[in-house]
Design a protein around this ligand. Sequence first.
Ligand code: OGA
Ligand code: MN
Length: 297
Amino acid sequence: MGIAAFSSDGGLEARPLTPVVGAEIVGVDLGAVSEDQFAFIRDAFDRYAGLLFRGQDLTPERLVAFSRRFGDLDHAPVMENGRTAVPGLPEVYLVSNIKDTDGKEIGSLGAGEAVWHTDMSYLAAPPDISMLHAIEVPPAGGDTWLCGMNAAYNALPPELKRRVEGLRIKHDGTYNSGGYVRQGVTPTDDPRKSPGTYHPVVIAHPNTGQPLLYLGRRRMAHIEGLDLADSEALLDELWAYATREENAYRHSWRVGDVLMWDNRATMHRRDPFDAASRRLMRRTQVKGATQPKAYAG
Ligand code: OGA
Ligand code: MN
């Protein structure tokens, strides 16, 4: 990952947020992105894996329109309230603890911690990109963290890199990152039997070719072919390299922020916040252009 700041003729600038992941793009209105500016943003996204745009005033329709420039969108997963999406905009997912007049939460993930994960990787073809737009933010807490999965792979000792070659991990489809059971799933406590998809432990980024540690989520994960105890031990060893603080960017939200991340090259988590305060994010997810593929070395 090239980490120096760089700028384009279109007046945009990419300012790295940490040495390993994330950059802030300054000088752009996401409601009116020119072709040149979009080319700059695409390039920066491959380079930094996470991008921040501050001060964006976007309708949900414009968020959808900007997201679509990266590819077809996935429909939002069914939310915890049983609703599929925002009426008329099936691509928009709401992440929120706000309750409607019936006392039902309007979105997902509540106010608790969302543990480290990547989005929807229980699918065979998970979304490549997720994008959050901050509409309401609490006065404290609710920070979102991104970690870099190329740096995580690079940090593995050579012996561990060899040990995981050719192995696959089950990405569980039972629980979302807030610990809620997904719609239509009956939970089991055996990760070998739970719904989900096995993906290679190390994948190649389709655009950059970089090796990425691809962990998905820790709960109910399983390494194919290993008994449970060996699988748990190896997973714990791998996870310890991914979620180190020096491998992460911590984002404190302001209204109008857009944060987008690459679901293969990063994982993310969210700090809890006071349930009495309000937080509302709109999210879109760009369909996977390819299924995650093993890194060939
Ligand atoms: C998500 C997610 C965390 C947050 O939308 O996929 O994990 O900060 N959100 O709301
Ligand atoms: Mn998520």
